[in-house]
Design a protein around this ligand. Structure first.
Ligand SMILES: Cc1cc2nc3c(=O)[nH]c(=O)nc-3n(C[C@H](O)[C@H](O)[C@H](O)COP(=O)(O)OP(=O)(O)OC[C@H]3O[C@@H](n4cnc5c(N)ncnc54)[C@H](O)[C@@H]3O)c2cc1C
Length: 321
Protein backbone atom coordinates (compact mmCIF):
# COMPACT_ATOMS: atom_id res chain seq x y z
CA UNK A 1 0.00 0.00 0.00
CA UNK A 2 1.27 3.48 -0.86
CA UNK A 3 2.21 5.57 2.14
CA UNK A 4 2.45 9.37 2.38
CA UNK A 5 3.39 11.62 5.27
CA UNK A 6 0.66 14.05 4.27
CA UNK A 7 -2.32 13.89 1.92
CA UNK A 8 -3.82 17.25 0.98
CA UNK A 9 -7.42 16.91 -0.20
CA UNK A 10 -8.42 19.71 -2.60
CA UNK A 11 -6.12 21.39 -5.13
CA UNK A 12 -7.65 24.85 -4.94
CA UNK A 13 -5.48 27.76 -3.84
CA UNK A 14 -5.43 26.62 -0.17
CA UNK A 15 -4.30 23.10 -1.03
CA UNK A 16 -1.76 24.25 -3.61
CA UNK A 17 -0.31 26.83 -1.21
CA UNK A 18 -0.02 24.21 1.54
CA UNK A 19 1.71 21.84 -0.89
CA UNK A 20 4.13 24.55 -2.04
CA UNK A 21 4.98 25.29 1.57
CA UNK A 22 5.71 21.62 2.35
CA UNK A 23 7.79 21.42 -0.83
CA UNK A 24 9.76 24.51 0.18
CA UNK A 25 10.53 22.87 3.51
CA UNK A 26 12.13 20.00 1.64
CA UNK A 27 9.33 17.52 2.18
CA UNK A 28 8.71 15.20 -0.72
CA UNK A 29 6.48 12.43 0.58
CA UNK A 30 3.13 14.13 0.24
CA UNK A 31 0.25 13.94 -2.23
CA UNK A 32 -2.18 16.60 -3.42
CA UNK A 33 -5.50 15.21 -4.69
CA UNK A 34 -8.52 16.75 -6.37
CA UNK A 35 -11.74 15.31 -7.70
CA UNK A 36 -11.67 17.74 -10.65
CA UNK A 37 -9.95 17.42 -14.02
CA UNK A 38 -7.68 20.38 -13.26
CA UNK A 39 -6.13 22.07 -10.27
CA UNK A 40 -7.54 25.46 -9.19
CA UNK A 41 -11.00 24.77 -7.73
CA UNK A 42 -12.74 28.14 -7.60
CA UNK A 43 -9.91 29.70 -9.63
CA UNK A 44 -11.84 28.59 -12.68
CA UNK A 45 -11.60 29.56 -16.35
CA UNK A 46 -13.84 28.23 -19.10
CA UNK A 47 -13.09 28.09 -22.82
CA UNK A 48 -15.93 29.19 -25.08
CA UNK A 49 -15.38 29.31 -28.88
CA UNK A 50 -12.17 31.32 -29.42
CA UNK A 51 -12.25 32.85 -25.97
CA UNK A 52 -11.87 32.38 -22.25
CA UNK A 53 -13.96 33.48 -19.31
CA UNK A 54 -13.17 33.40 -15.62
CA UNK A 55 -16.29 32.16 -13.87
CA UNK A 56 -14.92 31.81 -10.34
CA UNK A 57 -12.67 34.47 -8.79
CA UNK A 58 -12.13 37.45 -11.12
CA UNK A 59 -9.31 39.17 -9.32
CA UNK A 60 -7.60 39.37 -5.95
CA UNK A 61 -6.43 42.02 -3.55
CA UNK A 62 -3.38 41.96 -1.29
CA UNK A 63 -3.29 43.07 2.32
CA UNK A 64 -0.36 41.10 3.72
CA UNK A 65 3.38 41.37 3.05
CA UNK A 66 3.52 37.60 2.64
CA UNK A 67 1.19 37.54 -0.33
CA UNK A 68 2.70 40.76 -1.66
CA UNK A 69 6.12 39.11 -1.80
CA UNK A 70 4.66 36.27 -3.91
CA UNK A 71 2.75 38.73 -6.07
CA UNK A 72 5.95 40.60 -6.97
CA UNK A 73 7.38 37.27 -8.16
CA UNK A 74 4.22 36.37 -10.10
CA UNK A 75 4.30 39.82 -11.78
CA UNK A 76 7.92 39.28 -12.84
CA UNK A 77 7.01 35.85 -14.24
CA UNK A 78 4.18 37.54 -16.16
CA UNK A 79 1.59 35.17 -14.64
CA UNK A 80 -0.52 38.06 -13.33
CA UNK A 81 -1.11 41.73 -14.04
CA UNK A 82 -2.56 44.79 -12.34
CA UNK A 83 -6.08 44.86 -13.79
CA UNK A 84 -7.58 47.97 -12.17
CA UNK A 85 -7.90 49.75 -8.84
CA UNK A 86 -5.91 52.50 -7.13
CA UNK A 87 -4.52 52.71 -4.47
CA UNK A 88 -5.58 49.09 -3.83
CA UNK A 89 -4.73 47.10 -6.95
CA UNK A 90 -6.93 44.30 -8.25
CA UNK A 91 -4.66 41.67 -9.74
CA UNK A 92 -5.74 39.08 -12.24
CA UNK A 93 -4.03 36.26 -14.13
CA UNK A 94 -2.93 37.14 -17.67
CA UNK A 95 -4.30 33.88 -19.09
CA UNK A 96 -7.31 33.37 -16.84
CA UNK A 97 -7.29 32.66 -13.11
CA UNK A 98 -7.00 28.90 -13.60
CA UNK A 99 -3.65 29.38 -15.36
CA UNK A 100 -2.24 30.93 -12.18
CA UNK A 101 -3.24 27.82 -10.21
CA UNK A 102 -1.53 25.66 -12.85
CA UNK A 103 1.69 27.69 -12.61
CA UNK A 104 1.65 27.42 -8.82
CA UNK A 105 1.02 23.66 -8.82
CA UNK A 106 3.80 22.89 -11.30
CA UNK A 107 6.21 20.28 -9.96
CA UNK A 108 3.88 19.14 -7.17
CA UNK A 109 2.78 15.51 -7.20
CA UNK A 110 -0.94 15.77 -7.87
CA UNK A 111 -3.60 13.16 -8.44
CA UNK A 112 -6.56 14.57 -10.39
CA UNK A 113 -9.95 12.86 -10.98
CA UNK A 114 -9.52 11.55 -7.42
CA UNK A 115 -12.49 12.05 -5.16
CA UNK A 116 -11.86 11.10 -1.54
CA UNK A 117 -14.93 9.24 -0.32
CA UNK A 118 -13.82 7.99 3.09
CA UNK A 119 -11.08 8.41 5.67
CA UNK A 120 -10.53 5.78 8.33
CA UNK A 121 -8.24 6.15 11.34
CA UNK A 122 -6.08 3.16 12.25
CA UNK A 123 -3.50 2.96 15.07
CA UNK A 124 -0.70 3.49 12.52
CA UNK A 125 -2.32 6.41 10.66
CA UNK A 126 -5.12 7.14 8.23
CA UNK A 127 -6.37 5.21 5.22
CA UNK A 128 -7.82 7.31 2.43
CA UNK A 129 -10.29 5.77 -0.01
CA UNK A 130 -11.15 7.29 -3.36
CA UNK A 131 -14.07 6.81 -5.74
CA UNK A 132 -12.10 4.31 -7.84
CA UNK A 133 -11.58 1.98 -4.87
CA UNK A 134 -7.93 2.99 -4.42
CA UNK A 135 -6.67 3.12 -0.88
CA UNK A 136 -3.47 4.50 0.61
CA UNK A 137 -1.97 5.26 3.97
CA UNK A 138 -1.25 8.77 5.23
CA UNK A 139 0.21 9.92 8.57
CA UNK A 140 -1.56 13.27 8.32
CA UNK A 141 -4.48 14.63 6.32
CA UNK A 142 -5.23 18.23 5.38
CA UNK A 143 -8.75 18.90 4.10
CA UNK A 144 -9.15 22.10 2.04
CA UNK A 145 -12.50 21.80 0.28
CA UNK A 146 -15.49 24.05 1.13
CA UNK A 147 -16.68 23.22 4.66
CA UNK A 148 -20.00 21.57 3.67
CA UNK A 149 -17.97 19.10 1.58
CA UNK A 150 -15.63 18.50 4.53
CA UNK A 151 -18.64 17.70 6.72
CA UNK A 152 -20.03 15.35 4.07
CA UNK A 153 -16.73 13.47 3.92
CA UNK A 154 -16.43 13.28 7.70
CA UNK A 155 -19.93 11.83 7.90
CA UNK A 156 -18.85 8.96 5.64
CA UNK A 157 -15.57 8.49 7.53
CA UNK A 158 -14.41 6.79 10.68
CA UNK A 159 -12.15 9.29 12.45
CA UNK A 160 -11.95 10.80 15.90
CA UNK A 161 -12.66 14.50 16.11
CA UNK A 162 -12.56 16.97 18.99
CA UNK A 163 -16.12 18.02 19.77
CA UNK A 164 -15.33 21.74 20.29
CA UNK A 165 -13.49 21.98 16.93
CA UNK A 166 -16.30 20.17 15.15
CA UNK A 167 -18.75 22.69 16.59
CA UNK A 168 -16.65 25.55 15.19
CA UNK A 169 -16.50 23.82 11.82
CA UNK A 170 -20.28 23.49 11.71
CA UNK A 171 -20.69 27.22 12.43
CA UNK A 172 -19.23 28.12 9.00
CA UNK A 173 -21.87 28.80 6.36
CA UNK A 174 -21.42 28.87 2.58
CA UNK A 175 -23.59 30.53 -0.04
CA UNK A 176 -24.16 29.60 -3.68
CA UNK A 177 -23.48 31.83 -6.68
CA UNK A 178 -24.94 31.76 -10.18
CA UNK A 179 -22.80 33.00 -13.05
CA UNK A 180 -24.24 33.60 -16.52
CA UNK A 181 -21.64 33.35 -19.31
CA UNK A 182 -22.50 35.04 -22.63
CA UNK A 183 -20.72 34.98 -25.98
CA UNK A 184 -21.48 38.05 -28.14
CA UNK A 185 -20.60 38.54 -31.80
CA UNK A 186 -19.64 42.21 -31.30
CA UNK A 187 -17.95 44.29 -28.56
CA UNK A 188 -19.96 45.41 -25.53
CA UNK A 189 -20.34 48.93 -24.17
CA UNK A 190 -19.01 47.97 -20.73
CA UNK A 191 -16.23 50.22 -19.29
CA UNK A 192 -12.80 50.11 -20.91
CA UNK A 193 -11.32 47.80 -18.26
CA UNK A 194 -14.27 45.43 -18.69
CA UNK A 195 -15.35 45.56 -15.04
CA UNK A 196 -18.67 46.84 -13.69
CA UNK A 197 -19.85 46.58 -10.08
CA UNK A 198 -21.70 49.88 -9.59
CA UNK A 199 -25.34 50.84 -10.27
CA UNK A 200 -26.30 47.29 -11.16
CA UNK A 201 -29.82 45.88 -10.75
CA UNK A 202 -30.60 44.30 -7.39
CA UNK A 203 -29.14 40.81 -7.14
CA UNK A 204 -26.35 41.42 -9.67
CA UNK A 205 -22.94 41.67 -8.03
CA UNK A 206 -20.57 42.13 -10.93
CA UNK A 207 -20.33 42.05 -14.73
CA UNK A 208 -17.06 41.32 -16.56
CA UNK A 209 -16.14 41.55 -20.24
CA UNK A 210 -13.19 39.17 -20.68
CA UNK A 211 -12.10 40.61 -24.01
CA UNK A 212 -11.66 44.01 -22.37
CA UNK A 213 -10.09 42.29 -19.37
CA UNK A 214 -7.48 41.05 -21.83
CA UNK A 215 -7.82 37.27 -21.51
CA UNK A 216 -10.15 36.48 -24.42
CA UNK A 217 -10.14 36.88 -28.21
CA UNK A 218 -13.92 36.65 -28.39
CA UNK A 219 -16.38 38.84 -26.50
CA UNK A 220 -17.26 36.76 -23.45
CA UNK A 221 -19.16 38.23 -20.54
CA UNK A 222 -19.69 36.84 -17.02
CA UNK A 223 -22.64 38.06 -14.96
CA UNK A 224 -22.28 37.29 -11.24
CA UNK A 225 -25.41 37.12 -9.12
CA UNK A 226 -24.93 37.79 -5.41
CA UNK A 227 -25.21 35.16 -2.69
CA UNK A 228 -28.60 36.28 -1.47
CA UNK A 229 -30.19 36.18 -4.94
CA UNK A 230 -28.50 32.88 -5.80
CA UNK A 231 -29.73 31.27 -2.58
CA UNK A 232 -33.30 32.42 -3.14
CA UNK A 233 -33.36 31.10 -6.70
CA UNK A 234 -31.21 28.02 -6.15
CA UNK A 235 -32.28 25.07 -8.30
CA UNK A 236 -35.06 26.94 -10.11
CA UNK A 237 -35.57 26.10 -13.80
CA UNK A 238 -35.90 29.66 -15.06
CA UNK A 239 -32.68 31.10 -13.52
CA UNK A 240 -31.16 31.63 -16.99
CA UNK A 241 -34.09 33.79 -18.05
CA UNK A 242 -34.13 35.74 -14.80
CA UNK A 243 -30.43 36.63 -15.06
CA UNK A 244 -30.83 37.80 -18.65
CA UNK A 245 -33.81 39.93 -17.69
CA UNK A 246 -31.74 41.55 -14.92
CA UNK A 247 -28.97 42.70 -17.29
CA UNK A 248 -31.15 43.22 -20.36
CA UNK A 249 -30.31 46.92 -20.74
CA UNK A 250 -26.53 46.34 -20.67
CA UNK A 251 -26.20 44.38 -23.93
CA UNK A 252 -27.42 44.08 -27.50
CA UNK A 253 -28.98 40.62 -27.21
CA UNK A 254 -29.46 40.30 -30.97
CA UNK A 255 -25.65 39.83 -31.04
CA UNK A 256 -25.76 36.86 -28.64
CA UNK A 257 -23.99 33.80 -30.08
CA UNK A 258 -24.33 31.38 -27.14
CA UNK A 259 -24.91 31.27 -23.40
CA UNK A 260 -24.00 29.05 -20.46
CA UNK A 261 -24.84 28.93 -16.78
CA UNK A 262 -22.44 28.04 -13.97
CA UNK A 263 -23.88 27.15 -10.59
CA UNK A 264 -21.49 27.18 -7.64
CA UNK A 265 -23.14 25.37 -4.78
CA UNK A 266 -20.46 26.57 -2.36
CA UNK A 267 -19.10 29.85 -3.68
CA UNK A 268 -18.16 32.00 -0.72
CA UNK A 269 -18.53 31.69 3.03
CA UNK A 270 -21.25 33.88 4.49
CA UNK A 271 -20.10 33.06 8.00
CA UNK A 272 -16.35 32.62 8.46
CA UNK A 273 -14.13 31.49 11.32
CA UNK A 274 -11.43 33.77 12.70
CA UNK A 275 -8.86 30.98 13.01
CA UNK A 276 -6.60 30.11 10.05
CA UNK A 277 -7.23 26.34 10.34
CA UNK A 278 -8.79 23.81 12.70
CA UNK A 279 -7.00 20.85 14.23
CA UNK A 280 -9.90 18.41 14.20
CA UNK A 281 -8.02 15.46 15.69
CA UNK A 282 -6.36 17.51 18.44
CA UNK A 283 -2.95 15.98 17.66
CA UNK A 284 -2.25 17.74 14.36
CA UNK A 285 -2.96 14.70 12.21
CA UNK A 286 -6.34 15.78 10.76
CA UNK A 287 -6.49 19.48 9.94
CA UNK A 288 -9.01 21.57 8.00
CA UNK A 289 -8.13 24.75 6.09
CA UNK A 290 -9.58 26.86 3.28
CA UNK A 291 -10.79 30.33 2.41
CA UNK A 292 -13.39 30.37 5.22
CA UNK A 293 -10.60 30.20 7.84
CA UNK A 294 -9.30 33.70 8.49
CA UNK A 295 -6.43 34.85 10.62
CA UNK A 296 -7.54 36.51 13.84
CA UNK A 297 -6.31 39.93 12.65
CA UNK A 298 -7.71 39.62 9.10
CA UNK A 299 -8.59 43.17 8.00
CA UNK A 300 -11.09 42.29 5.29
CA UNK A 301 -13.03 39.83 7.43
CA UNK A 302 -14.29 37.87 4.44
CA UNK A 303 -13.58 34.80 2.41
CA UNK A 304 -11.38 35.44 -0.66
CA UNK A 305 -8.25 34.53 -2.63
CA UNK A 306 -5.93 35.91 0.07
CA UNK A 307 -7.70 34.10 2.93
CA UNK A 308 -7.35 30.81 1.01
CA UNK A 309 -3.66 31.51 0.43
CA UNK A 310 -2.93 32.38 4.09
CA UNK A 311 -4.97 29.49 5.47
CA UNK A 312 -3.14 26.96 3.28
CA UNK A 313 0.19 28.44 4.28
CA UNK A 314 -0.54 28.49 8.02
CA UNK A 315 -2.02 24.99 8.02
CA UNK A 316 1.05 23.55 6.29
CA UNK A 317 3.33 25.22 8.84
CA UNK A 318 1.23 23.68 11.61
CA UNK A 319 1.25 20.22 10.00
CA UNK A 320 5.00 20.12 9.74
CA UNK A 321 5.58 21.40 13.28
C1 LIG B 1 -18.19 32.84 -8.39
C2 LIG B 1 -17.05 33.17 -7.49
C3 LIG B 1 -16.46 34.43 -7.56
C4 LIG B 1 -15.39 34.75 -6.73
N1 LIG B 1 -14.79 35.96 -6.85
C5 LIG B 1 -13.70 36.25 -6.12
C6 LIG B 1 -12.96 37.43 -6.37
O1 LIG B 1 -13.25 38.19 -7.31
N2 LIG B 1 -11.88 37.70 -5.57
C7 LIG B 1 -11.49 36.84 -4.57
O2 LIG B 1 -10.50 37.15 -3.88
N3 LIG B 1 -12.15 35.68 -4.35
C8 LIG B 1 -13.23 35.37 -5.11
N4 LIG B 1 -13.88 34.17 -4.93
C9 LIG B 1 -13.42 33.29 -3.85
C10 LIG B 1 -12.15 32.50 -4.23
O3 LIG B 1 -12.32 31.91 -5.48
C11 LIG B 1 -11.95 31.44 -3.16
O4 LIG B 1 -11.85 32.08 -1.90
C12 LIG B 1 -10.70 30.57 -3.33
O5 LIG B 1 -10.43 30.28 -4.67
C13 LIG B 1 -10.93 29.30 -2.52
O6 LIG B 1 -9.83 28.42 -2.60
P1 LIG B 1 -9.84 27.08 -1.72
O7 LIG B 1 -8.61 26.35 -2.06
O8 LIG B 1 -10.05 27.43 -0.29
O9 LIG B 1 -11.13 26.26 -2.17
P2 LIG B 1 -11.50 25.63 -3.60
O10 LIG B 1 -10.96 26.47 -4.69
O11 LIG B 1 -12.97 25.40 -3.57
O12 LIG B 1 -10.74 24.24 -3.64
C14 LIG B 1 -11.26 23.07 -3.07
C15 LIG B 1 -10.99 21.90 -3.99
O13 LIG B 1 -11.41 20.71 -3.33
C16 LIG B 1 -11.84 19.80 -4.32
N5 LIG B 1 -12.64 18.78 -3.65
C17 LIG B 1 -13.84 18.92 -3.04
N6 LIG B 1 -14.23 17.75 -2.49
C18 LIG B 1 -13.26 16.85 -2.77
C19 LIG B 1 -13.09 15.46 -2.48
N7 LIG B 1 -13.99 14.77 -1.76
N8 LIG B 1 -11.97 14.83 -2.93
C20 LIG B 1 -11.04 15.52 -3.66
N9 LIG B 1 -11.16 16.83 -3.96
C21 LIG B 1 -12.25 17.49 -3.52
C22 LIG B 1 -12.60 20.67 -5.31
O14 LIG B 1 -12.67 20.05 -6.58
C23 LIG B 1 -11.75 21.95 -5.31
O15 LIG B 1 -10.83 21.96 -6.39
C24 LIG B 1 -14.92 33.81 -5.78
C25 LIG B 1 -15.50 32.53 -5.73
C26 LIG B 1 -16.55 32.21 -6.59
C27 LIG B 1 -17.12 30.83 -6.57
Amino acid sequence: MEHYEVTIVGAGLSGITAARRLHKQGRTNFLLVDKGKSVGGRLATRRVADGKADHGAQFFTVRTDELDEEVQHWLKENWIKHWFGKPYPRYTAVDGMNSLAKHLAKGIRTSLHTKITQIVKYPDGYRLYDDKMNVWKSDKVLLTMPVPQVLELLKASDVQVVHSEMKKLKSILFEPTYVGIYHFRSPTSLPEDGHLDQDLPQGVERVVDHQKKGISNDTLVSVYMNGDWSRRHYGEDYVRTLIKEKVERLFDWSELESEQLKRWRYAQAKKVLHEPYLDLSGDGSLVVAGDAFLRENDEAGRTRFESAYLSGKDAAAYLSW
